[in-house]
Design a protein. Structure first.
Length: 631
Protein backbone atom coordinates (compact mmCIF):
# COMPACT_ATOMS: atom_id res chain seq x y z
CA UNK A 1 0.00 0.00 0.00
CA UNK A 2 1.40 3.39 -0.99
CA UNK A 3 1.66 6.31 1.35
CA UNK A 4 -1.44 8.36 1.69
CA UNK A 5 -1.30 12.16 1.27
CA UNK A 6 -2.37 14.41 4.06
CA UNK A 7 -5.69 16.10 3.71
CA UNK A 8 -6.48 18.56 2.29
CA UNK A 9 -4.38 17.16 -0.60
CA UNK A 10 -3.12 18.85 -3.76
CA UNK A 11 -4.71 17.48 -6.89
CA UNK A 12 -2.29 16.95 -9.75
CA UNK A 13 -3.89 16.74 -13.19
CA UNK A 14 -2.07 14.85 -15.92
CA UNK A 15 -2.79 15.58 -19.53
CA UNK A 16 -3.88 12.43 -21.33
CA UNK A 17 -2.32 11.38 -24.60
CA UNK A 18 -5.66 11.80 -26.30
CA UNK A 19 -5.89 15.54 -27.00
CA UNK A 20 -9.55 15.40 -27.90
CA UNK A 21 -12.22 17.11 -25.88
CA UNK A 22 -13.86 16.42 -23.53
CA UNK A 23 -10.58 15.27 -21.88
CA UNK A 24 -10.23 12.65 -19.16
CA UNK A 25 -8.92 13.78 -15.81
CA UNK A 26 -6.38 11.56 -14.06
CA UNK A 27 -5.80 12.49 -10.46
CA UNK A 28 -2.47 11.81 -8.81
CA UNK A 29 -0.42 10.95 -11.91
CA UNK A 30 2.73 13.04 -12.12
CA UNK A 31 3.22 12.07 -15.72
CA UNK A 32 6.34 10.01 -14.98
CA UNK A 33 4.74 6.57 -15.08
CA UNK A 34 4.67 4.09 -12.20
CA UNK A 35 1.78 2.87 -10.05
CA UNK A 36 -1.49 4.64 -9.84
CA UNK A 37 -1.77 7.02 -6.93
CA UNK A 38 -4.43 6.29 -4.39
CA UNK A 39 -6.76 9.18 -3.65
CA UNK A 40 -8.55 9.59 -0.35
CA UNK A 41 -11.08 12.30 0.15
CA UNK A 42 -13.37 12.70 3.07
CA UNK A 43 -14.06 16.34 3.73
CA UNK A 44 -16.47 19.10 3.14
CA UNK A 45 -15.71 20.88 -0.15
CA UNK A 46 -15.92 24.62 0.17
CA UNK A 47 -16.39 26.85 -2.85
CA UNK A 48 -18.42 24.30 -4.84
CA UNK A 49 -21.57 25.35 -3.00
CA UNK A 50 -22.62 22.17 -1.19
CA UNK A 51 -20.95 18.98 0.04
CA UNK A 52 -20.26 15.59 -1.44
CA UNK A 53 -21.21 12.42 0.35
CA UNK A 54 -19.04 9.52 -0.65
CA UNK A 55 -18.06 6.06 0.43
CA UNK A 56 -14.44 5.06 0.79
CA UNK A 57 -13.40 2.32 -1.56
CA UNK A 58 -14.91 3.68 -4.76
CA UNK A 59 -12.88 3.64 -7.94
CA UNK A 60 -13.21 7.06 -9.45
CA UNK A 61 -13.01 8.00 -13.09
CA UNK A 62 -13.88 11.32 -14.59
CA UNK A 63 -14.43 12.80 -17.95
CA UNK A 64 -15.71 16.23 -18.78
CA UNK A 65 -14.99 19.68 -20.04
CA UNK A 66 -13.34 22.37 -17.98
CA UNK A 67 -13.68 25.92 -19.25
CA UNK A 68 -13.24 28.69 -16.70
CA UNK A 69 -14.96 26.65 -13.92
CA UNK A 70 -18.22 27.05 -15.85
CA UNK A 71 -19.74 24.08 -17.47
CA UNK A 72 -20.55 20.51 -16.41
CA UNK A 73 -18.83 17.35 -15.24
CA UNK A 74 -19.85 13.83 -15.97
CA UNK A 75 -18.83 10.70 -14.15
CA UNK A 76 -19.44 6.96 -14.04
CA UNK A 77 -19.69 4.64 -11.07
CA UNK A 78 -17.77 1.43 -11.80
CA UNK A 79 -18.66 -1.45 -9.43
CA UNK A 80 -16.70 -4.07 -11.30
CA UNK A 81 -13.70 -3.80 -8.99
CA UNK A 82 -12.59 -5.48 -5.83
CA UNK A 83 -13.43 -3.42 -2.77
CA UNK A 84 -13.16 -5.20 0.59
CA UNK A 85 -15.41 -3.68 3.18
CA UNK A 86 -13.27 -2.07 5.80
CA UNK A 87 -15.53 0.54 7.28
CA UNK A 88 -18.32 2.78 6.38
CA UNK A 89 -19.89 5.96 7.54
CA UNK A 90 -23.43 6.93 6.84
CA UNK A 91 -25.22 10.17 7.26
CA UNK A 92 -28.76 10.83 6.31
CA UNK A 93 -29.58 14.27 5.02
CA UNK A 94 -32.47 15.68 3.26
CA UNK A 95 -33.31 19.11 1.88
CA UNK A 96 -35.17 20.96 4.57
CA UNK A 97 -38.16 23.01 3.59
CA UNK A 98 -38.03 26.58 4.58
CA UNK A 99 -40.62 27.13 7.34
CA UNK A 100 -41.95 30.57 7.79
CA UNK A 101 -42.34 31.72 11.42
CA UNK A 102 -45.67 33.27 11.91
CA UNK A 103 -45.82 35.88 14.62
CA UNK A 104 -48.16 38.75 15.04
CA UNK A 105 -48.40 41.53 17.56
CA UNK A 106 -51.14 44.09 17.83
CA UNK A 107 -50.39 47.57 19.05
CA UNK A 108 -51.90 50.95 19.04
CA UNK A 109 -50.99 54.40 20.17
CA UNK A 110 -51.57 54.71 23.94
CA UNK A 111 -52.81 57.78 25.70
CA UNK A 112 -50.60 59.60 28.16
CA UNK A 113 -51.59 58.87 31.76
CA UNK A 114 -50.91 61.42 34.50
CA UNK A 115 -49.48 60.19 37.81
CA UNK A 116 -50.78 62.02 40.89
CA UNK A 117 -48.16 62.33 43.63
CA UNK A 118 -48.69 64.34 46.83
CA UNK A 119 -46.12 65.05 49.59
CA UNK A 120 -46.50 66.95 52.79
CA UNK A 121 -43.54 69.05 53.97
CA UNK A 122 -42.84 71.11 57.08
CA UNK A 123 -39.94 72.92 58.74
CA UNK A 124 -37.75 70.44 60.71
CA UNK A 125 -36.20 71.23 64.13
CA UNK A 126 -32.46 70.84 64.64
CA UNK A 127 -31.52 68.22 67.34
CA UNK A 128 -28.24 68.06 69.28
CA UNK A 129 -26.00 64.93 69.05
CA UNK A 130 -26.60 62.25 71.71
CA UNK A 131 -23.46 60.00 71.00
CA UNK A 132 -19.99 60.21 72.70
CA UNK A 133 -16.81 58.01 72.41
CA UNK A 134 -14.07 57.12 74.95
CA UNK A 135 -10.49 55.91 74.22
CA UNK A 136 -7.16 55.11 75.91
CA UNK A 137 -3.70 53.88 74.89
CA UNK A 138 -3.48 50.07 74.31
CA UNK A 139 -0.45 47.81 75.03
CA UNK A 140 1.53 46.12 72.19
CA UNK A 141 1.21 42.35 71.98
CA UNK A 142 3.93 39.96 70.70
CA UNK A 143 3.41 37.56 67.80
CA UNK A 144 1.93 34.33 68.97
CA UNK A 145 3.04 32.26 65.92
CA UNK A 146 6.59 31.03 64.89
CA UNK A 147 7.96 28.79 62.07
CA UNK A 148 11.18 26.73 61.92
CA UNK A 149 13.14 26.22 58.64
CA UNK A 150 16.11 24.02 57.62
CA UNK A 151 17.89 22.97 54.43
CA UNK A 152 15.83 20.36 52.62
CA UNK A 153 17.30 17.24 51.02
CA UNK A 154 16.77 16.57 47.33
CA UNK A 155 14.69 13.50 46.69
CA UNK A 156 14.88 11.35 43.63
CA UNK A 157 12.02 11.60 41.17
CA UNK A 158 9.43 9.17 42.20
CA UNK A 159 7.89 9.03 38.79
CA UNK A 160 9.46 8.64 35.35
CA UNK A 161 8.19 8.11 31.86
CA UNK A 162 10.05 6.59 29.00
CA UNK A 163 9.21 7.61 25.43
CA UNK A 164 10.51 7.09 21.94
CA UNK A 165 9.47 7.87 18.39
CA UNK A 166 6.23 6.17 17.74
CA UNK A 167 5.75 4.22 14.60
CA UNK A 168 3.69 5.90 11.91
CA UNK A 169 0.24 4.50 11.73
CA UNK A 170 -1.38 4.24 8.40
CA UNK A 171 -5.01 4.85 7.85
CA UNK A 172 -6.80 1.58 7.59
CA UNK A 173 -9.15 2.89 4.98
CA UNK A 174 -7.71 2.99 1.51
CA UNK A 175 -8.98 3.11 -2.03
CA UNK A 176 -7.08 2.21 -5.13
CA UNK A 177 -7.82 4.14 -8.31
CA UNK A 178 -6.84 3.70 -11.90
CA UNK A 179 -7.60 5.39 -15.19
CA UNK A 180 -11.14 4.59 -16.14
CA UNK A 181 -12.28 3.96 -19.68
CA UNK A 182 -14.10 6.80 -21.24
CA UNK A 183 -17.82 6.16 -21.58
CA UNK A 184 -20.66 8.11 -22.96
CA UNK A 185 -22.02 10.89 -20.82
CA UNK A 186 -24.39 9.48 -18.20
CA UNK A 187 -25.05 12.36 -15.90
CA UNK A 188 -24.83 16.09 -15.93
CA UNK A 189 -24.65 18.45 -13.03
CA UNK A 190 -24.80 22.19 -13.33
CA UNK A 191 -22.48 24.18 -11.12
CA UNK A 192 -21.32 27.74 -10.75
CA UNK A 193 -18.03 29.47 -10.00
CA UNK A 194 -16.56 28.21 -6.76
CA UNK A 195 -14.80 30.33 -4.23
CA UNK A 196 -11.12 30.65 -4.86
CA UNK A 197 -8.94 28.28 -2.82
CA UNK A 198 -5.32 28.90 -2.09
CA UNK A 199 -4.05 25.93 -4.09
CA UNK A 200 -6.44 23.99 -6.25
CA UNK A 201 -4.44 22.62 -9.13
CA UNK A 202 -0.83 22.02 -9.97
CA UNK A 203 0.78 21.56 -13.35
CA UNK A 204 4.25 20.50 -14.25
CA UNK A 205 5.93 22.69 -16.85
CA UNK A 206 9.37 22.84 -18.40
CA UNK A 207 11.25 25.12 -20.73
CA UNK A 208 10.05 24.57 -24.30
CA UNK A 209 12.41 24.48 -27.25
CA UNK A 210 12.02 27.40 -29.60
CA UNK A 211 10.91 26.42 -33.09
CA UNK A 212 11.92 28.50 -36.08
CA UNK A 213 9.82 28.86 -39.17
CA UNK A 214 11.90 29.58 -42.21
CA UNK A 215 10.37 31.42 -45.14
CA UNK A 216 12.05 32.88 -48.17
CA UNK A 217 10.59 35.34 -50.61
CA UNK A 218 12.37 36.84 -53.51
CA UNK A 219 11.84 40.56 -53.93
CA UNK A 220 13.39 43.63 -55.41
CA UNK A 221 13.10 47.37 -55.33
CA UNK A 222 9.45 48.23 -55.84
CA UNK A 223 8.19 51.42 -57.34
CA UNK A 224 5.71 53.16 -55.13
CA UNK A 225 2.35 53.81 -56.70
CA UNK A 226 0.55 56.89 -55.51
CA UNK A 227 -3.21 56.60 -55.43
CA UNK A 228 -4.72 60.04 -55.42
CA UNK A 229 -8.22 60.64 -54.25
CA UNK A 230 -9.58 64.11 -54.18
CA UNK A 231 -12.98 65.58 -53.44
CA UNK A 232 -14.17 69.08 -54.05
CA UNK A 233 -15.72 70.72 -51.01
CA UNK A 234 -16.90 74.18 -50.09
CA UNK A 235 -18.46 75.86 -47.11
CA UNK A 236 -22.21 75.12 -47.07
CA UNK A 237 -24.93 77.26 -45.47
CA UNK A 238 -28.29 76.19 -44.09
CA UNK A 239 -31.41 77.55 -45.89
CA UNK A 240 -33.38 80.15 -44.00
CA UNK A 241 -36.46 79.22 -42.00
CA UNK A 242 -39.55 78.73 -44.09
CA UNK A 243 -37.65 78.98 -47.39
CA UNK A 244 -37.62 76.16 -49.90
CA UNK A 245 -35.41 76.30 -52.99
CA UNK A 246 -37.52 76.32 -56.13
CA UNK A 247 -37.55 73.11 -58.14
CA UNK A 248 -35.83 73.25 -61.47
CA UNK A 249 -36.22 70.38 -63.89
CA UNK A 250 -33.08 68.92 -65.35
CA UNK A 251 -32.19 70.27 -68.73
CA UNK A 252 -29.30 71.47 -70.82
CA UNK A 253 -26.82 73.58 -68.93
CA UNK A 254 -27.05 77.19 -70.07
CA UNK A 255 -23.97 78.50 -71.81
CA UNK A 256 -22.55 81.74 -70.46
CA UNK A 257 -18.90 81.78 -71.57
CA UNK A 258 -16.46 84.43 -70.43
CA UNK A 259 -15.37 86.79 -73.15
CA UNK A 260 -13.33 86.44 -75.21
CA UNK A 261 -14.71 82.91 -75.66
CA UNK A 262 -13.29 79.91 -77.48
CA UNK A 263 -15.55 78.67 -80.27
CA UNK A 264 -15.72 74.91 -80.92
CA UNK A 265 -17.01 73.86 -84.35
CA UNK A 266 -18.55 70.41 -84.73
CA UNK A 267 -19.38 68.77 -88.04
CA UNK A 268 -22.83 67.09 -88.16
CA UNK A 269 -23.04 63.31 -88.35
CA UNK A 270 -24.29 63.42 -91.96
CA UNK A 271 -20.99 64.79 -93.24
CA UNK A 272 -22.71 66.24 -96.29
CA UNK A 273 -21.75 69.50 -97.91
CA UNK A 274 -22.60 72.27 -97.64
CA UNK A 275 -22.42 71.72 -93.88
CA UNK A 276 -24.13 73.59 -91.11
CA UNK A 277 -22.07 75.08 -88.27
CA UNK A 278 -23.15 74.33 -84.71
CA UNK A 279 -21.82 76.68 -82.04
CA UNK A 280 -21.72 75.39 -78.48
CA UNK A 281 -19.73 75.88 -75.29
CA UNK A 282 -16.75 73.59 -75.00
CA UNK A 283 -17.52 73.08 -71.29
CA UNK A 284 -14.09 71.65 -70.58
CA UNK A 285 -11.26 72.33 -68.23
CA UNK A 286 -7.64 72.01 -69.21
CA UNK A 287 -5.46 70.37 -68.34
CA UNK A 288 -7.87 67.70 -67.10
CA UNK A 289 -7.52 65.85 -63.80
CA UNK A 290 -8.55 65.92 -60.18
CA UNK A 291 -7.15 68.35 -57.65
CA UNK A 292 -5.28 67.06 -54.61
CA UNK A 293 -6.66 69.20 -51.80
CA UNK A 294 -4.60 69.59 -48.62
CA UNK A 295 -7.11 70.17 -45.79
CA UNK A 296 -6.85 73.05 -43.35
CA UNK A 297 -5.55 71.76 -40.02
CA UNK A 298 -4.10 73.27 -36.87
CA UNK A 299 -1.18 70.81 -36.86
CA UNK A 300 0.37 68.83 -39.73
CA UNK A 301 2.27 65.76 -38.51
CA UNK A 302 4.47 63.83 -40.95
CA UNK A 303 6.76 60.90 -40.08
CA UNK A 304 9.74 61.67 -42.29
CA UNK A 305 12.23 59.05 -43.42
CA UNK A 306 15.19 59.25 -45.78
CA UNK A 307 17.90 56.72 -46.59
CA UNK A 308 20.53 56.14 -49.27
CA UNK A 309 21.54 52.78 -50.75
CA UNK A 310 23.94 51.72 -53.48
CA UNK A 311 22.11 50.12 -56.41
CA UNK A 312 24.80 47.54 -57.16
CA UNK A 313 24.61 45.63 -53.86
CA UNK A 314 21.88 47.48 -51.94
CA UNK A 315 24.45 48.56 -49.32
CA UNK A 316 23.35 51.34 -46.96
CA UNK A 317 25.34 54.58 -47.22
CA UNK A 318 25.19 56.61 -43.97
CA UNK A 319 24.46 60.30 -44.55
CA UNK A 320 24.44 63.42 -42.38
CA UNK A 321 22.53 65.68 -44.77
CA UNK A 322 20.93 65.61 -48.22
CA UNK A 323 19.48 68.06 -50.70
CA UNK A 324 18.35 68.06 -54.33
CA UNK A 325 16.73 70.55 -56.72
CA UNK A 326 15.03 70.70 -60.14
CA UNK A 327 13.65 73.54 -62.30
CA UNK A 328 12.24 74.06 -65.79
CA UNK A 329 15.68 74.97 -67.10
CA UNK A 330 17.20 71.67 -65.90
CA UNK A 331 16.70 68.29 -67.50
CA UNK A 332 17.75 66.29 -64.42
CA UNK A 333 18.05 66.54 -60.64
CA UNK A 334 21.08 68.18 -59.04
CA UNK A 335 21.91 66.89 -55.58
CA UNK A 336 24.52 66.95 -52.84
CA UNK A 337 25.01 65.09 -49.56
CA UNK A 338 27.36 64.86 -46.59
CA UNK A 339 28.37 61.27 -45.79
CA UNK A 340 30.19 59.46 -43.02
CA UNK A 341 33.89 58.86 -43.58
CA UNK A 342 33.26 55.10 -43.76
CA UNK A 343 31.34 55.61 -47.04
CA UNK A 344 34.48 56.50 -49.01
CA UNK A 345 34.95 52.96 -50.30
CA UNK A 346 31.28 52.68 -51.31
CA UNK A 347 31.25 55.70 -53.62
CA UNK A 348 34.36 54.85 -55.64
CA UNK A 349 33.54 54.40 -59.38
CA UNK A 350 34.05 51.00 -60.96
CA UNK A 351 35.31 50.52 -64.52
CA UNK A 352 34.99 54.24 -65.13
CA UNK A 353 31.21 54.18 -64.51
CA UNK A 354 29.67 56.43 -61.83
CA UNK A 355 28.15 54.90 -58.74
CA UNK A 356 24.34 54.80 -58.86
CA UNK A 357 22.40 55.22 -55.63
CA UNK A 358 18.74 55.15 -54.59
CA UNK A 359 17.54 57.84 -52.21
CA UNK A 360 14.10 57.15 -50.70
CA UNK A 361 12.32 60.29 -49.47
CA UNK A 362 9.32 59.28 -47.37
CA UNK A 363 9.34 55.90 -49.17
CA UNK A 364 9.42 57.48 -52.68
CA UNK A 365 12.65 56.38 -54.46
CA UNK A 366 14.86 58.54 -56.67
CA UNK A 367 17.75 57.04 -58.65
CA UNK A 368 20.78 59.33 -58.77
CA UNK A 369 24.40 59.25 -59.95
CA UNK A 370 27.51 60.39 -58.06
CA UNK A 371 29.58 62.77 -60.23
CA UNK A 372 32.23 63.83 -57.74
CA UNK A 373 33.21 63.80 -54.08
CA UNK A 374 35.69 65.36 -51.68
CA UNK A 375 36.85 64.75 -48.12
CA UNK A 376 36.71 67.34 -45.34
CA UNK A 377 38.23 67.04 -41.85
CA UNK A 378 37.38 69.33 -38.94
CA UNK A 379 39.24 68.45 -35.73
CA UNK A 380 38.36 64.80 -35.08
CA UNK A 381 35.42 64.72 -37.50
CA UNK A 382 35.88 63.56 -41.09
CA UNK A 383 33.12 63.79 -43.67
CA UNK A 384 32.74 62.98 -47.34
CA UNK A 385 30.96 65.60 -49.48
CA UNK A 386 29.40 64.17 -52.65
CA UNK A 387 27.51 65.78 -55.49
CA UNK A 388 25.79 64.42 -58.55
CA UNK A 389 22.90 64.45 -60.97
CA UNK A 390 19.93 62.29 -61.79
CA UNK A 391 20.03 59.00 -63.60
CA UNK A 392 19.61 60.71 -66.99
CA UNK A 393 23.11 62.20 -66.60
CA UNK A 394 24.42 59.19 -68.57
CA UNK A 395 22.90 60.81 -71.67
CA UNK A 396 25.15 63.87 -71.34
CA UNK A 397 28.90 64.42 -71.39
CA UNK A 398 31.25 63.04 -70.25
CA UNK A 399 29.28 59.75 -70.35
CA UNK A 400 27.72 60.33 -73.77
CA UNK A 401 29.79 60.92 -76.93
CA UNK A 402 29.15 63.78 -79.34
CA UNK A 403 27.10 62.39 -82.23
CA UNK A 404 25.68 63.81 -85.48
CA UNK A 405 21.89 63.99 -85.82
CA UNK A 406 19.77 64.84 -88.87
CA UNK A 407 16.36 64.28 -90.46
CA UNK A 408 16.94 61.82 -93.31
CA UNK A 409 13.26 61.38 -94.22
CA UNK A 410 9.96 63.00 -93.41
CA UNK A 411 8.87 62.20 -89.84
CA UNK A 412 7.10 63.72 -86.87
CA UNK A 413 8.93 65.56 -84.11
CA UNK A 414 8.23 62.71 -81.69
CA UNK A 415 9.73 60.17 -84.09
CA UNK A 416 12.75 62.43 -84.42
CA UNK A 417 13.21 62.49 -80.62
CA UNK A 418 12.93 58.70 -80.47
CA UNK A 419 15.48 58.38 -83.28
CA UNK A 420 17.96 60.44 -81.26
CA UNK A 421 17.94 57.75 -78.53
CA UNK A 422 19.31 55.08 -80.85
CA UNK A 423 22.71 53.78 -81.85
CA UNK A 424 22.75 52.82 -85.55
CA UNK A 425 18.98 52.42 -85.39
CA UNK A 426 19.02 50.30 -82.22
CA UNK A 427 17.38 51.87 -79.12
CA UNK A 428 19.83 52.58 -76.31
CA UNK A 429 17.35 51.66 -73.55
CA UNK A 430 15.82 55.09 -72.93
CA UNK A 431 12.26 56.10 -73.77
CA UNK A 432 10.27 59.30 -74.40
CA UNK A 433 7.08 60.49 -72.68
CA UNK A 434 5.92 63.01 -75.29
CA UNK A 435 3.38 65.58 -74.02
CA UNK A 436 3.67 68.27 -76.73
CA UNK A 437 1.44 68.73 -79.74
CA UNK A 438 3.23 66.74 -82.41
CA UNK A 439 3.98 68.20 -85.86
CA UNK A 440 5.52 67.09 -89.16
CA UNK A 441 9.22 67.70 -89.92
CA UNK A 442 10.33 67.49 -93.58
CA UNK A 443 13.52 65.71 -94.60
CA UNK A 444 16.67 67.78 -94.28
CA UNK A 445 15.04 70.42 -92.06
CA UNK A 446 17.26 69.89 -89.00
CA UNK A 447 20.72 68.66 -88.08
CA UNK A 448 23.09 69.11 -85.17
CA UNK A 449 26.04 67.60 -83.30
CA UNK A 450 26.19 66.89 -79.57
CA UNK A 451 25.15 64.47 -76.85
CA UNK A 452 21.76 62.78 -76.52
CA UNK A 453 20.54 65.40 -74.06
CA UNK A 454 21.68 68.32 -76.21
CA UNK A 455 19.76 66.97 -79.19
CA UNK A 456 16.58 66.32 -77.18
CA UNK A 457 16.79 69.73 -75.51
CA UNK A 458 17.03 71.43 -78.90
CA UNK A 459 13.97 69.57 -80.21
CA UNK A 460 11.86 70.39 -77.13
CA UNK A 461 12.92 74.05 -76.88
CA UNK A 462 12.08 74.67 -80.54
CA UNK A 463 8.40 74.94 -79.52
CA UNK A 464 8.90 76.17 -75.95
CA UNK A 465 9.16 72.76 -74.26
CA UNK A 466 11.59 71.31 -71.72
CA UNK A 467 12.82 67.95 -70.41
CA UNK A 468 11.99 66.40 -67.04
CA UNK A 469 13.37 63.10 -65.71
CA UNK A 470 11.39 60.20 -64.29
CA UNK A 471 12.07 59.31 -60.65
CA UNK A 472 13.49 55.86 -61.31
CA UNK A 473 12.79 54.71 -64.88
CA UNK A 474 14.90 55.31 -67.97
CA UNK A 475 12.29 57.72 -69.35
CA UNK A 476 12.44 61.41 -70.23
CA UNK A 477 9.28 63.53 -70.20
CA UNK A 478 9.04 66.28 -72.83
CA UNK A 479 6.62 68.89 -71.45
CA UNK A 480 5.30 72.27 -72.65
CA UNK A 481 6.57 75.24 -70.66
CA UNK A 482 2.98 76.55 -70.49
CA UNK A 483 0.40 73.71 -70.70
CA UNK A 484 -2.24 76.41 -71.10
CA UNK A 485 -1.94 80.09 -71.93
CA UNK A 486 -2.08 82.23 -68.74
CA UNK A 487 -5.09 84.20 -70.04
CA UNK A 488 -7.03 80.90 -70.07
CA UNK A 489 -6.10 79.72 -66.55
CA UNK A 490 -9.61 80.51 -65.38
CA UNK A 491 -10.73 77.09 -66.68
CA UNK A 492 -7.65 75.17 -65.51
CA UNK A 493 -8.03 72.46 -62.86
CA UNK A 494 -5.05 72.74 -60.51
CA UNK A 495 -3.04 69.68 -59.54
CA UNK A 496 -2.71 70.73 -55.88
CA UNK A 497 -4.56 73.07 -53.54
CA UNK A 498 -2.42 74.31 -50.64
CA UNK A 499 -3.84 76.34 -47.76
CA UNK A 500 -1.66 78.92 -46.04
CA UNK A 501 -1.88 76.81 -42.84
CA UNK A 502 0.27 74.11 -44.46
CA UNK A 503 3.03 76.57 -45.46
CA UNK A 504 5.72 77.52 -42.94
CA UNK A 505 7.57 80.16 -45.01
CA UNK A 506 6.17 82.42 -47.71
CA UNK A 507 7.83 85.00 -49.92
CA UNK A 508 6.28 87.07 -52.73
CA UNK A 509 8.18 89.08 -55.35
CA UNK A 510 6.47 91.25 -57.97
CA UNK A 511 8.02 91.39 -61.44
CA UNK A 512 7.23 93.56 -64.46
CA UNK A 513 7.90 92.16 -67.92
CA UNK A 514 7.30 93.73 -71.32
CA UNK A 515 3.66 93.55 -72.31
CA UNK A 516 3.74 91.89 -75.72
CA UNK A 517 0.62 90.63 -77.50
CA UNK A 518 2.00 89.58 -80.89
CA UNK A 519 5.06 87.71 -82.15
CA UNK A 520 6.38 86.34 -85.43
CA UNK A 521 7.78 82.82 -85.35
CA UNK A 522 9.70 81.45 -88.32
CA UNK A 523 11.50 78.34 -89.40
CA UNK A 524 14.73 78.17 -91.39
CA UNK A 525 15.12 76.80 -94.88
CA UNK A 526 12.01 74.65 -95.30
CA UNK A 527 10.22 76.13 -92.27
CA UNK A 528 7.07 78.26 -92.05
CA UNK A 529 6.40 81.83 -90.90
CA UNK A 530 3.78 82.14 -88.21
CA UNK A 531 2.11 85.20 -86.69
CA UNK A 532 0.82 84.53 -83.18
CA UNK A 533 -1.48 87.13 -81.59
CA UNK A 534 -2.94 87.02 -78.14
CA UNK A 535 -6.72 86.56 -78.32
CA UNK A 536 -8.75 89.66 -77.49
CA UNK A 537 -5.97 92.15 -78.05
CA UNK A 538 -5.12 94.49 -80.89
CA UNK A 539 -1.78 92.81 -81.48
CA UNK A 540 -0.03 96.15 -81.53
CA UNK A 541 2.83 95.26 -79.16
CA UNK A 542 5.11 92.98 -81.16
CA UNK A 543 7.77 90.90 -79.46
CA UNK A 544 11.14 90.20 -81.10
CA UNK A 545 10.97 87.53 -83.77
CA UNK A 546 12.22 84.01 -82.97
CA UNK A 547 13.46 81.40 -85.41
CA UNK A 548 14.30 77.70 -85.27
CA UNK A 549 14.83 75.06 -87.97
CA UNK A 550 12.14 72.77 -86.49
CA UNK A 551 9.32 75.33 -86.84
CA UNK A 552 8.05 73.60 -89.93
CA UNK A 553 4.32 73.56 -89.19
CA UNK A 554 1.61 75.85 -87.88
CA UNK A 555 1.24 73.72 -84.72
CA UNK A 556 4.91 74.25 -83.92
CA UNK A 557 4.63 78.00 -84.54
CA UNK A 558 1.56 78.29 -82.31
CA UNK A 559 3.21 76.45 -79.39
CA UNK A 560 6.37 78.56 -79.61
CA UNK A 561 4.36 81.80 -79.88
CA UNK A 562 2.29 81.02 -76.75
CA UNK A 563 5.47 80.19 -74.81
CA UNK A 564 6.98 83.57 -75.79
CA UNK A 565 3.89 85.70 -75.03
CA UNK A 566 2.86 83.92 -71.80
CA UNK A 567 5.28 85.67 -69.39
CA UNK A 568 4.38 89.14 -70.69
CA UNK A 569 3.14 91.77 -68.29
CA UNK A 570 3.06 91.87 -64.52
CA UNK A 571 3.51 88.64 -62.52
CA UNK A 572 4.36 87.37 -59.06
CA UNK A 573 7.04 84.91 -57.93
CA UNK A 574 5.70 83.16 -54.79
CA UNK A 575 8.17 81.06 -52.81
CA UNK A 576 6.66 78.52 -50.41
CA UNK A 577 8.33 76.21 -47.88
CA UNK A 578 6.32 73.28 -46.56
CA UNK A 579 6.57 69.70 -45.44
CA UNK A 580 6.60 66.78 -47.85
CA UNK A 581 3.04 65.77 -47.04
CA UNK A 582 1.70 62.29 -47.85
CA UNK A 583 -0.98 63.86 -50.07
CA UNK A 584 1.45 65.79 -52.25
CA UNK A 585 4.88 64.19 -52.03
CA UNK A 586 7.57 66.22 -53.77
CA UNK A 587 5.79 68.80 -55.99
CA UNK A 588 7.65 68.92 -59.30
CA UNK A 589 7.97 71.77 -61.81
CA UNK A 590 5.14 71.99 -64.31
CA UNK A 591 2.39 71.38 -61.73
CA UNK A 592 -0.50 73.78 -61.25
CA UNK A 593 -0.87 74.84 -57.59
CA UNK A 594 -3.66 76.92 -56.08
CA UNK A 595 -2.32 78.75 -53.03
CA UNK A 596 -5.24 79.67 -50.77
CA UNK A 597 -4.94 82.70 -48.47
CA UNK A 598 -7.62 84.22 -46.21
CA UNK A 599 -7.71 87.18 -48.59
CA UNK A 600 -8.00 85.06 -51.74
CA UNK A 601 -6.40 82.34 -53.86
CA UNK A 602 -3.50 82.43 -56.33
CA UNK A 603 -3.09 79.96 -59.19
CA UNK A 604 0.43 79.42 -60.44
CA UNK A 605 2.81 77.07 -62.21
CA UNK A 606 5.65 75.47 -60.25
CA UNK A 607 8.93 76.61 -61.78
CA UNK A 608 11.48 75.13 -59.33
CA UNK A 609 11.56 72.60 -56.50
CA UNK A 610 14.21 71.88 -53.87
CA UNK A 611 14.37 69.34 -51.03
CA UNK A 612 16.47 69.84 -47.91
CA UNK A 613 17.28 67.47 -45.03
CA UNK A 614 19.93 68.20 -42.39
CA UNK A 615 20.06 64.92 -40.49
CA UNK A 616 17.16 65.63 -38.16
CA UNK A 617 13.44 64.96 -38.34
CA UNK A 618 12.85 68.12 -40.38
CA UNK A 619 12.40 67.46 -44.08
CA UNK A 620 11.28 70.44 -46.15
CA UNK A 621 10.56 71.24 -49.77
CA UNK A 622 10.61 74.73 -51.29
CA UNK A 623 8.67 75.52 -54.45
CA UNK A 624 8.48 78.66 -56.58
CA UNK A 625 5.22 79.58 -58.28
CA UNK A 626 4.85 81.76 -61.36
CA UNK A 627 1.58 83.67 -61.00
CA UNK A 628 0.72 86.01 -63.89
CA UNK A 629 -1.76 88.83 -63.43
CA UNK A 630 -4.34 86.89 -65.45
CA UNK A 631 -4.58 84.25 -62.66
Amino acid sequence: MSDLPALPARLVFRRHTDDGLPARLVFGDSGEGGDNVTLHSSARLSGLRGFVRGRVGVRLGGGGRISGLRGYMSGRYDVNVERPLVGQTKQHVQAAAKAALQSSDRWQDSERAQVHVQQHQQQALRLSGLMTGRWQDSRQLTTAMAQRQQQALRLAAAMSEAFSDAGQLVISLASRTQAADRLAQLAEEAFEDAGQLRTVAGERIQQADRLRVLARHAGGSAVQLLLHHAERTQQATYPGLGVRPPFKPEGPKPCHPDLPALLCFELPATGTLPARLYFHCCDRQEPGGETIVVPVQKVYIVLNSIYMRRVRDNAVIPAYSFGMSLDVGSWTWSWQASLHSSALAQIQPEDGQPVEVVVAINSVPYRLLIDGFSRERTFASTRINVSGRGRSAVLDSPFSPALNYSVDSEMTARQLAEQVLTINGVPNGWGIDWQLNDWLVPAGAWSMQGSYIQALTDIASSVGGYLQPHNTDTTLRILPRYPSAPWRWGVVTPDYSLPSNAVSVEGIEWLQNAEYNRIFVSGEGVGVLGQVTRMGTAGDLVAPMVTHPLITHADAARQRGIAELAPSGRQQQIRLSLQILPQTGVIKPGSFVRYVLPSGAHLGLVRSTSVDWQGDAKLRQSITLEVPEFA
